[in-house]
Design a protein around this ligand. Structure first.
Ligand SMILES: [Zn+2]
Length: 193
């Protein structure tokens, strides 16, 4: 039996999220999809485009997850979990996410794809000296004295730098204010506070 047929039987020939019956397609659920129905979902074009990120997320459309998220089918649970995670501004989505219970393996699968897509969106991840991910607005501490080029002072080890910003295209650089001057700091010399 083809994957389309297997999925179609499982899903009752309807989108496994919103129940639409038009324009259905199999969609692999990564990151390690193996081309079988156990790692794929049947989705309509509207759902599929938003799942894959080719269309912007329309939170109203995903109210269907109030039902679909309770599916017993792991790949459907995985996609539901990820879509809910991608709508952090929707209180109903946060509440639903809190209520969901996923088996350990399924949860790991859901999170794996989420991390991958976050990285792909941005491509640049800033990490401190210990590998902790840095975000704009964080406070970091300098782990060694740094001579500030062109400013003629040394930023002392142990100095806290508040409200850092990330240099968009360079994962090894952040910016912050030290001695009232905005300076570029290498991430390898900071520790997240
Ligand atoms: Zn759909």
């Amino acid at each position: 039996m083809s994957i389309e047929q297997t999925l179609s039987d499982r899903a009752g020939n309807a989108c496994e999220f919103c129940g639409a019956t038009d324009a259905l397609q199999p969609l692999d659920v990564g990151p390690d999809a193996n081309g079988t129905a156990e790692m794929a979902v049947l989705a309509c074009t509207t759902c599929a485009d938003q799942i894959s990120g080719t269309a912007d997320i329309d939170p109203k459309h995903w109210l269907c997850l109030n039902d679909a998220a309770w599916s017993q089918v792991p790949p459907v649970q995985v996609v539901a979990y990820r879509m809910l995670s991608r709508m952090p501004d929707e209180s109903w989505a946060r509440d639903l996410l809190d209520m969901l219970y996923l088996e350990e393996d399924t949860l790991a699968w859901a999170k794996a794809g989420l991390d991958a897509s976050t990285d792909a969106d941005d491509g640049v991840v800033h990490k401190d000296t210990h590998g902790a991910v840095l975000a704009a607005g964080d406070t970091v501490t300098l782990i060694k004295d740094l001579k500030v080029k062109g400013a003629n002072f040394t930023a002392k080890r142990g100095t806290a730098v508040r409200n850092i910003s990330l240099v968009a295209d360079n994962a090894s650089q952040i910016e912050g204010r030290v001695n009232d001057q905005r300076i570029v700091i290498l991430t390898e010399f900071v520790k997240k506070s």
